[in-house]
Design a protein around this ligand. Structure first.
Ligand code: SAH
Length: 432
């Protein structure tokens, strides 16, 4: 490590800024935000350094900047001359301000652009609400210390609160509820309260996860996932989290839903932080509602985190508008799951236009065509099959429903496939 990072307290301390350009003004403003007493001067004079805790130079004549650097270093005052590394005794990092939390990033001058990219990533991972979370913990600091004198116990309670429900509530903007929850956790002491997060894993590309899903995957004790969830997404999870695959691929339900519900309840009651990870969105043909009901009935806390559902991922990947001012005023998400060998959909309504996205619809494609055409849908209506939508290996087959019925068996390679039908499907925007 070439530089040793510290956070300097400048409250009420005198700080000298030499120079009168834009960079000097920016530095002076930042220092004032840290409660420093800022003295500014266009030109350098040695006496200006008296009683200074820090000195900065920018936009001043070279001779002044060099004199400032030499004089400050002779007196042991940390000095930074903007864009002149050779004259600096310290460098300023790129800062993410989530007061009272600050995060500083530096490449030590090796790759400032990389440091900036990194900073943008961290910024996305640490939403502004983290500042409020830290402030909340600060408010309860004394009470926590007196109620939980044991250090290890205190740490367990705080880790659970700040990494779990209290954090979620603050991030969701429910600060009053977060306050109550933190109070409850402190008063409850160390007995663990489990929680189950029903999390949408999106269409399979790791970077289509939400930031919240990614954070929870990094914190979970146990991950209970479907087969639809890709390795790429599972790789985002904490390395030492237990993983339980509960199946669910077409026609091969490896664990009945009641058993999945019971498993989630058991894990929640045992005090675990559980992520129930589902493909797409948990509430779109994912039986997330049933799992939430089972958890609620058993008194286990749960939260639902949305995900990018297949219809949205497929449409975006294929550049097909789902709604369109001229061509589609409604969007229907339907299941192609056959009930007693029949496709139980309201074809009269679906044939009236709009865009139809059929999940789990490959086997029932002929029944879909028959139902829609019998209800009056124009046989020339554009349709498409999209396999592995939203992933790098997305594939698409376009045509009329008749054409798709004929070609689908030879075309499919067995990946999850969505059927889209409607005038807007013909409005695919072709990339040049
Ligand atoms: N909860 C999921 C849907 C689960 S049902 C969601 O919101 O997306 C499973 C069906 O979803 C599959 O049979 C397929 O029709 C569809 N599906 C899921 N992921 C898909 C993908 N990446 N591309 C195309 N279809 C997908």
């Amino acid at each position: 490590m070439q530089y040793f990072p510290i956070f300097l307290s400048l409250t009420g301390r005198r700080v000298l800024v030499v120079g009168d350009g834009e960079a000097a003004t920016r530095k002076a403003d930042a220092l004032r935000r840290a409660d420093a007493m800022v003295a500014t001067a266009a030109r350098f004079d040695t006496a200006l350094l008296d009683d200074c805790a820090l000195a900065i130079g920018a936009d001043a004549p070279d001779a002044d900047l060099e004199a400032l650097s030499a004089a400050a270093q002779a007196r042991g005052i940390p000095v930074n001359i903007v864009d002149r590394p050779a004259l600096c005794s310290y460098i300023t990092p790129s800062v993410i301000d989530r007061a009272p939390i600050s995060i500083a990033v530096s490449s030590g001058g090796a790759a400032p652009v990389l440091a900036r990219l990194l900073r943008a990533r961290i910024e996305a991972m640490v939403p502004p609400a983290f500042g409020r979370l830290a402030a909340l913990a600060d408010r309860y600091k004394e009470e926590i210390r007196s109620r939980l004198p044991d250090v290890a116990q205190r740490r367990r309670v705080l880790e659970r609160a700040l990494g779990g429900r209290v954090a979620d509530l603050v991030l969701a903007g429910e600060d009053a509820a977060a306050d109550l929850e933190l109070r409850r956790e402190i008063e409850g002491g160390a007995d663990p309260a489990g929680i189950v997060y029903l999390v949408g894993g999106g269409p399979g590309a790791a970077d289509l996860l939400t930031i919240r899903a990614q954070r929870l995957l990094g914190e979970a004790d146990v991950i209970v996932h479907d087969r639809l969830v890709t390795t790429e997404v599972l790789d985002m999870a904490r390395r030492d989290a237990d993983r339980i695959e509960v199946g669910k691929s077409r026609a091969a339900h490896s664990m009945p839903q009641e058993e999945i519900n019971a498993l989630l309840v058991r894990l929640g009651l045992s005090g675990k932080k559980v992520v129930r990870l589902k493909g797409g969105d948990p509430l779109v043909f994912g039986r997330g509602g049933e799992e939430a009901e089972a958890l609620a009935a058993a008194g286990v806390a749960f939260e639902i985190v949305p995900g990018v559902t297949a219809a949205l991922a497929c449409a975006a990947g294929a550049a097909i508008p789902l709604t369109h001012r001229d061509a589609a005023r409604t969007l229907t998400l339907a299941t192609g799951h056959l009930v007693g060998g029949a496709l139980d959909l309201d074809f009269a309504v679906l044939a009236q236009g709009g865009t139809l996205a059929v999940y789990m619809g490959l086997d029932s494609l002929p029944a879909l065509r028959d139902g829609l055409l019998a209800a009056g849908l124009d046989a020339g209506t554009p349709a498409a099959l999209i396999e592995r939508g939203g992933r790098a290996d997305q594939r698409m087959l376009r045509g009329t429903l008749d054409e798709l019925v004929l070609q689908a068996p030879g075309w499919s390679t067995g990946g999850p496939t969505l059927t889209m039908v409607g005038p807007a499907v013909g409005l695919q925007v072709v990339r040049r």
